[in-house]
Design a protein around this ligand. Structure first.
Ligand code: SGN
Ligand code: CA
Length: 539
């Protein structure tokens, strides 16, 4: 009897012990790893997101990410061009380290990309849309990517099983692929890393038929520097070939039918008709053609009526309007589709534990300095949109003006997912800033280096340092010129103050700081020369 009582007491004690230890185990278990949804568009200027400025377009869905999370106002890239930027995002390293210094040079395929680390750590990973860095992705369980620049209309995709073409509009299709994976294809037992990558609004800015129709009737305000004459600056801005006036093509870019140009007997850039006939226009199928054709006809009719009597300035303004109508029409589709994905996260209950990032591979000129395209260290292309939502971590409606870079994304995502960060990554985790703790942040300057010269748009090679207050850039290769901009006083960067005696001390300080940054990131004059030699040998 006594033995039975003793045994019962022992059992009771063991049960209590078990319950208590389970409880402690539960408390000690690390928090659930978050899902990551990385949304990136191609060439999306922050000027065309209403969370930054609503003078051009309303983007309520993209804005939602910032309203429910954080908006970075000084987010920037390390090299303002597509493939280098993508390789930097994937590796957490500057271009001179990962090798993809421009759209042409090869990526160093021995470099580890962050999706590989996520996959190895038990995440379910996928990528849909435009990758454009010369290689297929590594570390993704499923992917469908556009070949190279890809197409807007009835696009082809590279998949693990081979190539395929899908009828429809690229932005809608990439979203359908993304939603199908989220809803039906992924392994629900694992956290996910999903890369949802838009082609839009990359040149040549073909909107869907609906957006083409509505946006081609709208008129947009002109930027103050649309008629910039590039005084008070060195050579690079003067010789770049990316002006709306001279380099934007009437058919390929502005969608005037080549017949309309021929009818007026205007001497035209020979690339114009060839590019127009050979690209998106050739992909439109019989069902889609009547919709596109009616808008193309009305653009051409307006062109034929107005063009012969317009002054050069009026022509530039007209081309700017056409450019904005198409560019913003593309953005409007991106925004609608981001809305579809955010709604899905809400409806499926995934929103709560999913970090949502919206960014672009760089910024873009929307007529500022008379330009389209990117490449320069000047703000519109150097800065990039960055909005992040992370429920229960980021305080809704936060804004932050620290100098954060696309270089930092990989480390941020790895830390959020509790995955060890490789020691050779060169960025800084943004997590302290996401948690609203700026005391943990001690970077006051970022490093930039652009290489693709000579090349499309002829923006000279340059590197530089940017702080919240100043920007110092060195243009090299066939020039040796320096520029300094006061970011607080000269928001449009119209005046190089390098030789202004008031800035002499600043110039010295920044030159020293730039030298140190080059050493820190393992860049050097020797490496600049090595990449020049590689370029010359390749050509
Ligand atoms: C193409 C475009 C350029 C653009 C580059 C790079 N020309 O060459 O305007 O700068 O891509 O863009 S086009 O005639 O082919 O449209 S990037 O986004 O890939 O870097
Ligand atoms: Ca791009």
């Amino acid at each position: 009897m006594i033995n039975r009582i003793k045994a019962n007491i022992l059992i009771a004690i063991s049960i209590i012990f078990l319950i208590v230890s389970c409880q402690t185990l539960k408390e000690k278990k690390p928090p659930k790893r978050p899902n990551i949804l990385f949304i990136m568009s191609d060439d999306h200027a922050y000027q065309a997101i209403s969370a930054y400025s609503d003078h051009l377009i309303q983007t309520p869905n993209i804005d939602r990410i910032g309203n429910e999370g954080i908006l970075f106002t000084n987010a920037c890239v390390t090299n303002s061009i597509c493939a280098p930027s993508r390789a930097t995002i994937l590796t957490g390293k500057h271009a001179h380290i990962h090798g993809k210094i421009d759209n042409r040079m090869p990526f160093d395929t021995t470099q580890i990309t962050f999706p590989q680390l996520f996959q190895a750590a038990g995440y379910e990973t996928a990528m849909y849309g435009k990758l454009h860095f010369g290689n297929n992705p590594k570390g993704v369980d499923d992917f469908m990517i556009l070949p190279g620049q890809g197409s807007y209309i009835n696009p082809s995709f590279i998949t693990p099983e081979g190539d395929t073409t899908i009828t429809g509009y690229v932005t809608d299709i990439i979203t359908d692929l993304t939603l199908t994976w989220l809803d039906r294809k992924r392994d629900n037992s694992k956290p996910f890393l999903l890369m949802y990558l838009h082609k839009a609004p990359h040149r040549a800015w073909w909107p869907s038929t609906e957006k083409f129709k509505t946006f081609s009737k709208r008129e947009f305000p002109e930027p103050e520097s649309l008629f910039d004459e590039y005084t008070n600056r060195e050579t690079a801005a003067k010789v770049a070939e990316m002006t709306i006036a001279d380099e934007m093509l009437l058919s390929y870019d502005n969608k005037v039918l080549p017949e309309a140009i021929a009818e007026l007997g205007i001497s035209d850039d020979p690339r114009n008709k060839r590019y127009f006939d050979g690209s998106e226009f050739a992909r439109i199928n019989e069902t889609q053609m009547p919709f596109y054709k009616s808008i193309l006809d009305s653009i051409s009719d307006e062109f034929k009526t107005l063009w012969p009597t317009m002054s050069d300035n009026e022509k530039r303004s007209w081309k700017y309007q056409r450019y904005m109508q198409d560019y913003l029409g593309c953005i409007s589709s991106v925004d609608d589709n981001v809305g579809r994905v955010l709604d899905y996260l809400d409806e499926s209950g995934l929103a709560e534990n999913t970090i949502v990032i919206y960014t672009s591979d760089q910024g873009f000129y929307l007529g500022e300095h008379g330009w389209f395209d990117k490449r320069f260290i000047y703000d519109e292309s150097f800065k990039t949109p960055l909005l992040i939502r992370w429920p229960n971590v980021i305080k809704p409606g936060s804004t932050n003006d620290e100098m954060v870079q696309n270089l930092d994304f990989a480390q941020t995502f790895l830390e959020a997912a509790q995955i060890a960060v490789p020691g050779d990554m060169q960025g800084v985790s943004l997590i302290p800033l996401l948690k609203g703790d700026a005391t943990q942040w001690n970077r006051d300057a970022v490093y930039y280096h652009y290489y693709e010269y000579p090349g499309p748009h002829m923006v000279k090679r340059h590197y530089g340092i940017v702080t919240k207050n100043y920007k110092l850039a060195h243009f090299y290769y066939d020039v040796d010129e320096w520029e300094l901009y006061d970011r607080k006083k000269d928001l449009q960067e119209m005046t190089n103050v390098l030789s202004d005696p008031d800035y002499a001390d600043i110039v010295n300080e920044l030159k020293q700081q730039l030298k140190e940054l080059r050493i820190k990131y393992v860049d050097s004059p020797e490496l600049d020369q090595k990449y020049i030699d590689m370029f010359i040998n390749k050509n």
